[in-house]
Design a protein around this ligand. Structure first.
Ligand code: F6P
Length: 502
């Protein structure tokens, strides 16, 4: 019950499954023809059937000179042309050749984006801490709460700051509002002409980029066949590339590509993302678990659970099958997590002795990015202790007689998978991300849902606009379109809000 894929070793022997269960899951995978489904994605077919789009994130890490066809066109040359454009800027910034409007070197990069235009690069930037240039720091602003931008601009010199406005659509209100505020901050301290040297855009929408006031020569393109949550290997990774340099970024892409090949070629039980998917399906279907924790024993991977929340939950938090009917089974569980060992002193109590069973993915490394073998031993042995305690528990006979005896019983049989690698290199990180991307894909195929749309976020966006538009004439007009709870909360907000609204 261990699979090796690239540098990863995936041990699922502490899951609550036996050989019979595995055989049935593999039959299920065959019945759903997961291999052909993966091949259809690899051939650039429009498998995102509700939006009529191809799903081409694997093209983003296809080596130069190889091919990936979408609608009959090889997109690899276009992918590499953008990667080269990114590498040129990244190198120029790192060498001090690209400077701000006053001639000062760029020392700070502020990525403004949300969802896939934030979580991927923010997570990878933290994860590759050991590879980063000490001369350039990146900050990530996503929340429309003005406190986010304010906190991240604190201490920055505008003359040394590059803003990256990252938005696939370039219509996302939070990102555009923050980008406008950042622009005002810059212009108020430098001048209007400085925008050209201090703003670049990452987007599929050249027209909107131009409209915002960023020259499209400072735009890094990607395409509608790249889903936001799959976009970190695209232009969306620019901040990371500036921080770690093109070479390390290409190693990261190489790791992803390695896992793409593995997912395509490894059959049945040897296929790591497929087995991860099947075990997750077993846990939701057979054990009826409704959440899954991902606990990296790695400080550098601390943003990985947040990244996975979007990848998995925005992809597979669906309940409509391809034929339009409602699924009669559970789909994605809630994904959550925090790094170990911190979690041990917070939520692990419930995972050991609570009434809910929560399957866990533990992730650990033999070597830390920081140079202290003894604390790293402590870290890794704690990971093993947790998974062992969860699996085997402790029964009452092993506990000395005392009034608290029954409280100290651990039932055991709490499932976990342990994913390990020698160290968190760029290639290993790429492998890990692609492992989860493909397991998410396989889950979606088996559940017969579309993992690549996100209609579930649309209603909230629409209602935010409707509710926002009532603010201007709220006290002078009736608003029968609002339910009474929303109406009351809005009047409370108007009464208490900051009074600096124009
Ligand atoms: O939350 C919905 C969503 O559309 C995500 O899928 C996406 O990653 C995010 O918004 C940001 O979108 P954009 O990159 O277009 O600004």
């Amino acid at each position: 019950m261990t699979i090796r894929a690239g540098d990863l070793r995936i041990d699922y022997s502490k899951q609550m499954i036996d050989e019979g269960g595995i055989a049935r899951l593999l039959d299920l995978a065959d019945a759903r023809d997961v291999t052909s489904a993966f091949a259809r994605m690899g051939k650039g077919e429009r498998i995102n059937f509700t939006e009529g789009r191809a799903v081409g994130h694997m093209a983003l890490r296809t080596p130069r000179g190889e091919h990936f066809l979408i609608d009959g066109v090889d997109v690899v040359p276009a992918v590499w042309s953008v990667l080269d454009q990114m590498a040129n800027l990244a190198q120029a910034i790192r060498l001090g050749e690209f400077v701000g409007s006053t001639g000062q070197q760029i020392r700070h990069v502020v990525n403004i984006g949300i969802g896939g235009s934030d979580l991927g690069p923010a997570m990878v930037y933290e994860a590759l801490r050991g590879n980063r240039s000490p001369d350039i720091s990146c900050r990530f602003v996503s929340n429309v709460d003005p406190a986010d931008l304010e906190a991240n601009l604190a201490g920055l010199n505008p003359a040394e700051t590059l803003f990256i406005v990252a938005s696939k659509t370039f219509t996302t209100v939070e990102t555009l509002a923050n980008a406008r505020a950042a622009r005002e901050w810059l212009v108020s301290q430098l001048d209007e002409a400085a925008v050209e040297n201090h703003f670049v855009a990452l987007s599929t929408n050249a027209e909107a980029v131009r409209e915002f006031g960023i020259d499209t020569k400072n735009m890094f393109a990607f395409w509608d066949w790249v889903g936001g949550r799959f976009s970190v290997p695209s232009a969306i990774g620019l901040s990371v590339m500036i921080a770690v340099g093109p070479e390390v970024f290409f190693e990261f892409l190489g790791g992803m590509h390695m896992m793409d090949i593995h997912a395509f070629q490894a059959s049945g039980r040897a296929n790591a993302p497929l087995m991860l998917a099947l075990i997750n399906i077993w846990n939701t279907a057979a054990l009826k678990t409704s959440s899954r924790a991902v606990i990296p024993y790695s400080f550098d991977l601390r943003r990985f659970p947040a990244y996975l929340q979007q990848l998995v939950m925005e992809s597979n938090g669906k309940s409509t099958r391809s034929d339009g009917t409602r699924v009669p089974y559970a789909t994605s569980p809630v994904i959550w997590g925090e790094p170990g060992t911190n979690g041990q002193h917070a939520f692990m109590q419930l995972l050991h002795q609570g009434t809910d069973v929560v399957p866990i993915d533990f992730i650990g490394f033999a070597r830390s990015s920081a140079d202290d073998a003894s604390r790293n031993e402590l870290l890794f042995t704690n990971l093993l202790a947790q998974s062992r305690a969860l699996a085997f528990g402790r029964n009452i006979d092993e506990i000395p007689n005392s009034p608290a005896r029954s409280h100290r019983v651990f039932e055991g049989n709490r499932p976990s998978t342990t994913i390990v690698a020698p160290e968190l290199s760029a290639a290993v990180l790429g492998q890990l991300i692609a492992l989860y991307e493909h397991s998410t894909f396989f889950e979606g195929v088996i559940w017969d849902i579309n993992s690549f749309d996100q209609w579930g976020v649309e209603l909230g966006k629409e209602l935010a606009l409707t509710i926002g538009s009532t603010l201007a004439d709220f006290s002078t007009h009736d608003h029968p379109e609002l339910d009474s709870s929303t109406h009351t909360l809005l009047s409370w907000f108007i009464e208490h809000r900051q009074n600096n609204i124009q």
